[in-house]
Ligand binder design. Structure first.
Ligand code: GLN
Length: 485
């Protein structure tokens, strides 16, 4: 069961091949047996999951036929889950039990889904390797000497390892797509505003977006349909009808215009990644798509602009962790200033502190115009690059990351880590959707093809990804193929 897609599991439940309790128990047992090394979960909610599975089975017996009912899911530990620790990968929130559910959690629960637990992540979603978590690094199930990518590394690893058929992630600068690429799964970052951010712990509010991570584009379509929609509690969520993403999945690709941004195939791109992506493009040509080169001339400014804007927003969002209201508090403060200082010094890890310092600096008087305002102007240019490209082509394709998963501990210098995001970050700055789809291997380590679309073109992206998955079987490979236990 652990290699089946959500869609297949839904069919199995409906046909009565197994119950939700059997499915949930087998995954929980698998996590208990095999997650010691991978470390993809921070918290496993066994009791709640089994109770919800029993309720789903009872409802099904009474005729409930909601498609996602009784299906288990892993949840990135950035989504608030009522009564369950929501740590955001940080010591600061190690003792925090959310008093309410994020909108996305509410919606998925209403659709009948069952949370298996909360997955490991880079602290406050800052990172590209899942090495900045307070709960220790996550290992890549394909090769335990490699990172799973970040910041949704626990979610990606949990799906790849067969602990959950699907998971929730968040993507501020690539954190769904890059770990999906590194772990050989499918991950979609929706258009900014498509999915409510209410109850999703804020990192950089103008960039953060939650989305699905699963074994196939079809599964992502299932999940996005249940997650998306306007939310009065998030003023940046968009009041726009949620289309039936599954209904768009069988659109033929004949005549589809694919643009290959030349900046995404330049220096620094690993040769095996490049050849896998070029092979994938050939598959699209065989499906009737037309391919041409396009240019996104401001691509080289995306990483610098992001590393001004994201830390600026983070420094503001993270000012709430002051030891007064919730989260970690230092022992025996002598006065208020001592409370703030020691609480924050003890509660945050190095990467988070680095971002708070950068963000506070770029927002400070005298530097605001030079850095923050400039970065916002660059952001506008980056967005315009995409809009211009979409005048010529329907979708853009390229690698999700410049290399396959790298070794744990390999990137000690923060700038080399930041450069991991060169193909993902501009997408968040522009607010457009992007998906990463398995498209080959470098040795044991998976490679992801990234597909980008216009604002709110998730249906088209999911279809374009689904057609590829009908023609290839990369997404069917699993690191558990050789498993004996
Ligand atoms: N790697 C990027 C960062 O460290 C993106 C993280 C994310 O998307 N949450 O900020």
């Amino acid at each position: 069961m652990h290699q089946m897609t959500l869609t297949e599991l839904a069919r199995g439940l409906k046909a009565g091949d197994f119950s939700s309790r059997e499915l949930t128990t087998s995954l929980l047992d698998r996590i208990e047996r095999l997650d010691g090394n991978i470390n993809s979960f921070i918290t496993v909610t066994r009791e709640q999951a089994l109770a919800a599975a029993d309720a789903a089975d009872a409802a099904r017996a009474k005729g409930d036929d909601r498609p996602l009912a009784g299906l288990p899911l892993a949840i990135k530990d950035i989504f608030c889950t009522q009564g369950v620790r929501t740590s955001c990968g940080s010591k600061m929130l190690d003792n925090f039990q959310a008093p309410y559910n994020a909108t996305v959690i509410e919606k998925l629960q209403a659709a009948g889904m069952i949370g298996l637990g909360k997955t490991n992540m880079d602290e406050f979603a800052m990172g590209s390797s899942n090495e900045s978590s307070f709960y220790g690094p996550v290992r890549n199930p394909w090769d335990e000497t490699a990172v799973p990518g970040g910041s949704s590394g626990g979610s990606a690893a949990a799906v790849a390892a067969g602990f959950a058929p699907a998971a929730l992630g968040t993507d501020t600068g690539g954190s769904i797509r890059q770990p999906a690429a590194f772990c050989g799964i499918t991950g979609l970052k929706p258009t900014y505003g498509r999915v409510s951010r209410y109850g999703m712990i804020a990192f950089a509010s103008s960039l953060d977006q939650g989305g699905p991570m699963a074994r196939s584009a079809e599964d992502c379509a299932h999940l996005l349909g249940a997650m998306a929609g306007h939310d009065l509690r998030d003023s940046t969520s968009v009041a726009r009808v949620v289309p039936d993403y599954l209904a768009e999945l069988d659109t033929p690709l004949a005549g589809l215009k694919i643009g290959l941004p030349k900046e995404y195939f330049g220096d620094g791109l690993d040769s095996e990644v490049e050849s896998a992506i070029r092979e994938a493009i050939k598959v699209y040509e065989s499906l009737g798509a037309k391919v041409c080169e396009v240019s996104l001339p401001h691509t080289h400014l995306a990483v610098p602009a992001y590393y001004v804007i994201a830390p600026a927003e983070a420094s503001s969002n993270l000012s709430r962790y002051d030891g007064v209201r919730f989260g970690h508090r230092c022992d025996n403060p002598v006065d208020l200033e001592d409370l703030y200082k020691r609480t924050r010094a003890e509660g945050f890890g190095d990467e988070v502190k680095r971002r708070i310092l950068i963000g506070t600096h770029t927002l400070s008087e005298g530097f605001f115009d030079a850095y923050y305002r400039k970065a916002q102007q660059v952001r506008r240019l980056i967005r315009q690059d995409f809009l211009d490209a979409f005048d010529e082509v329907d979708v853009l394709m390229g690698p999700a990351a410049p290399t396959p998963a790298f070794d744990l501990g390999a990137k000690k210098d923060p700038v080399s880590m930041y450069l991991q995001d060169i193909y993902t970050i501009a997408i968040n700055l522009a607010g457009i959707p992007g998906i990463s789809v398995p498209a080959g291997f470098s040795g044991k380590r998976p490679i992801g093809l990234q597909i980008l679309g216009q604002h709110f073109a998730e249906g088209q992206l999911l279809n374009v990804a689904h057609q590829f998955q009908q023609a290839t079987d990369w997404h069917r490979r699993s690191p558990t193929d050789q498993e004996t236990n």
